[in-house]
Design a protein around this ligand. Structure first.
Ligand SMILES: *Cc1c(COP(=O)(O)O)cnc(C)c1O
Length: 496
């Protein structure tokens, strides 16, 4: 199977090239030329298998230039026993009739990004061996919180790689900051910058595209690559857990193979829900894909009207990982829905760049309406949903609460009570302040760890050890630099 670019159909690369390169030279995203089909029998053959075995079978359909041994090595390393706090890796829990919560946050950093970022380093280093032998891969990340830590954990001490993460000094939660600044590993570095997330992001992009810097790295046998969510190597691991969740529902008797199931996803960059779309296209009988947003509801409007318009106020919410106005992965969906018209996609993306908006044609609008439903809710409704769901015995994080609220509204509006998979994207302790505020009074002087304690006392839920043990740890990385000095920090870290 080959991969092409959403903006230039003449591009043809292997999956290893797509993963090593990250993004196509024309600015487009890599997409599979055809989406592999799976049969009911294939699904039957996965039921009863563990997560690693299921992942091997699904990934083999997409990574056809990786050998069986390579895929085996990648997957067995990423999801090895003990890395995730559940033997099922991503367990599914029924919390009410039809409501099946897919816990995607059992990994080392307690957010769903681990599902992909534990596997990406293996896929990337294997790809590098095939395509750019012997080079050291240098990963640069600009983060607003969750991605940075998950990437650090994924790449720490991975041979042949180095990773450096930049975060805005005043733009991440205290827990997120401590998670990053205490990071272990010989090949890692973390640096704060004076500025906001956009400054960090544009600084990293500038380094990435600087020809002089690239030449200097090349001379030393190094090259940059990217771990952000437009890399195909981050999307393909996510398809696995939707297929695996469908198998788990068969296994535990909730459905029969062939029954239709709806899917709800709290969405930011459109990566997670797009993976559900791929699973559906492959043949998993998913019904509606329900896209849940917070007050930054640019996707709700798009999926309902066909106009994507980022010219709007940006809100800082209690579900910060979804505070986003440009959902990059939507480009991949548009490519598939336009019958693979790179010209049309390029045109819309240019309009997005120049005018901040575009409107899709009627045909694509109709397809979108058939595939998706969408809704949004504000922080108050999010808190109310956490409180209500907690009364019924399950503690949600803020992002998952947005999904549950949007799902409840969907059922009210449509009466569609099919079994539903709700993607749960973070452990509640990652967002202790907001979650605690939803279920109890928060004393004004309570710092992050006091909030953790209070949340534990109030709910009796255990705080994941990797968050609890951050208390009192001294930061290992205390550097803070101006945007202009980022490149020097990179050179320092690489010793060049
Ligand atoms: C990144 C993230 C999301 C959004 O996922 P996308 O793939 O960007 O749509 C939702 N919830 C949490 C907790 C996240 O970290």
């Amino acid at each position: 199977m080959l991969y092409t670019s959403t903006r230039d159909k003449s591009v043809k690369v292997t999956s290893a090239q797509a993963i090593a390169q990250g993004i196509s030279k024309d600015g487009g995203l890599f997409v599979p030329e055809t989406i592999p089909a799976i049969s009911k029998q294939f699904v039957d053959s996965l039921v009863g298998l563990d997560y690693i075995s299921r992942a091997k079978k699904v990934l083999a359909l997409y990574l056809t230039d990786y050998t069986e041994e390579e895929i085996d090595m990648c997957v067995s390393g990423a999801y090895a026993k003990g890395k995730f706090s559940s033997d099922k890796v991503s367990p599914i829990k029924t919390i009410a009739e039809g409501k099946n919560i897919l816990e995607l946050w059992r990994g080392p950093t307690c957010a769903f990004k681990d599902m992909a970022l534990q596997l990406l380093p293996y896929l990337l280093t294997t790809a590098a061996k095939k395509t750019v032998a012997d080079k050291t891969i240098v990963i640069l990340v600009a983060t607003s919180g969750d991605t940075g830590k998950a990437a650090l954990e994924g790449f720490k001490d991975v041979d042949g790689t180095k990773i450096m993460v930049f975060y805005p000094n005043d733009g991440v939660s205290p827990m997120q900051k401590l998670q990053m600044t205490t990071q272990a590993g010989e090949n890692v570095a973390v640096c704060a910058i004076n500025g906001n997330f956009d400054d960090a992001q544009s600084g990293v992009k500038k380094i990435f595209t600087d020809k002089e810097v690239a030449a200097k790295l090349d001379e030393k046998g190094m090259m940059f690559s990217s771990a952000n969510s437009i890399n195909w190597g981050r999307l393909v691991p996510q398809i696995v857990y939707y297929i695996s969740a469908y198998c788990d529902l068969i296994e535990n008797g909730t459905i029969k193979n062939g029954d239709e199931v709806n899917v709800v996803v709290p969405t930011g960059n459109f990566g997670n829900i797009l993976a559900a779309y791929y699973a559906k296209k492959m043949g998993i009988p998913f019904g509606k894909l329900i896209c849940a947003s917070n007050a930054n509801n640019v996707l709700t409007d798009f999926l309902k009207t066909g106009t994507y318009d980022r010219n709007r106020k940006f809100f800082t919410t209690t579900s910060p990982s979804m505070d986003i106005l440009i959902s990059s992965n939507l480009e991949r969906l548009l490519y598939h829905l336009t019958d693979e018209s790179a010209e049309t996609v390029s045109k819309w993306m240019t309009e997005l760049n120049t005018q901040g908006k575009y409107t899709v044609c009627d045909k694509v609008k109709a397809l979108v309406t058939e595939l998706f439903d969408a809704g949004c809710c504000d922080d108050k409704e999010t808190a109310q949903t956490i409180a209500d769901t907690y009364k019924n015995g399950y503690l949600l994080d803020t992002h998952t609460a947005v999904a549950v609220k949007v799902y409840d509204e969907y059922v009210k509006a449509t009466g569609d009570k099919k079994e539903t998979i709700i993607a749960s994207t973070a452990n509640p302790y990652k967002f202790s302040a907001a979650v605690l505020g939803a279920v109890a009074e928060v004393p004004e002087d309570a710092d992050e760890f006091r909030q953790v304690e209070l949340l534990r006392e109030t709910t009796g839920e255990e705080c994941p050890e990797q968050l609890a043990t951050l208390k009192g740890k001294s930061p290992r990385f205390t550097d803070c630099c101006n945007k202009e000095d980022m490149i020097n920090k990179v050179y320092d870290m690489l010793g060049i």
